[in-house]
Design a protein around this ligand. Structure first.
Ligand code: AMP
Length: 217
């Protein structure tokens, strides 16, 4: 199969993380989540990580320059030679331009496709309130539509599941606001380059994956 360079777009709670895991396994490409990289890096207690943590807890965007550094480093790792799936980057127009420059330099911008998973705001607020994540392996559950087998315990690794700080209702509403103002333009950025594929995000993860794979082919 040819190399795949995929940018996953859609509001927080659209199911990007779940789809990203499934798509990256299916296509055997690394799943690069800037949210996961940031959550991992703020576990260390440094002045910078404290600052970043505060920004994330408010549902705001972390600085473009830090993200540029993170994404450049990550895309230079060997496993990205076979393709990659970006989840959570780019988040605004400036990051879109940065990504275009990085990928153009690697001669792969022409091969990139952007996949938008669309879901309404009301549905998202309901979903995120019920979302529980594993702080150890990153598995994501929904107490209503995709509960763990044992109450609040990760099926995969046995860790206690948590409600992410930024999945609290007030933060979710702020993240949606930021999404509409800053991230939605990224969709039009890729559309302008004829790179946009759209998938309806309502339905089971398996059904959505089926539609994703159909669209990618
Ligand atoms: P996510 O898991 O993708 O929803 O990201 C969680 C939080 O990490 C976001 O609400 C932002 O505060 C931060 N974040 C993740 N990716 C980016 C990015 N590309 N640019 C700025 N902030 C980001």
């Amino acid at each position: 199969m040819s190399k795949r360079f995929i940018v996953l777009l859609g509001p927080p709670g659209a199911g990007k993380g779940t789809q990203a895991k499934m798509i990256s396994e299916k296509l055997d490409i690394p799943h690069i989540s800037t949210g996961d990289i940031l959550r991992e890096s703020v576990k260390k207690d440094t002045p910078l990580s404290r600052e970043v943590k505060q920004v994330m807890e408010k549902g705001e965007l972390v600085s473009d320059s830090l993200l540029e550094q993170i994404i450049k480093e990550r895309l230079n790792e060997r496993d990205c030679d076979k393709g990659f799936l970006l989840d959570g980057y780019p988040r605004n127009l400036s990051q879109s331009e940065t990504l275009k420059a990085i990928l153009s330099e690697k001669n792969i911008f022409d091969d990139v496709v952007a996949l938008e998973i669309s879901v309404s705001d009301d549905e998202i607020v309901q979903r995120l309130k019920n979302r529980r994540s594993c702080p150890n392996c990153g598995m994501v559950y929904n107490l209503v539509s995709n509960p763990p087998k044992k109450d609040a315990i990760c099926d995969n690794c046995g860790y206690q599941l948590v409600l992410r700080d930024d999945d609290k209702e007030e933060t979710v509403r702020q993240r949606l606001l930021v999404y509409h103002q800053k991230t939605e333009p990224v969709i039009y950025f890729f559309e302008k380059f004829n790179k946009l594929l759209k998938v309806n995000g309502n339905g089971t993860p398996e059904k959505i994956l089926e539609e994703v794979l159909e669209k990618l082919n």
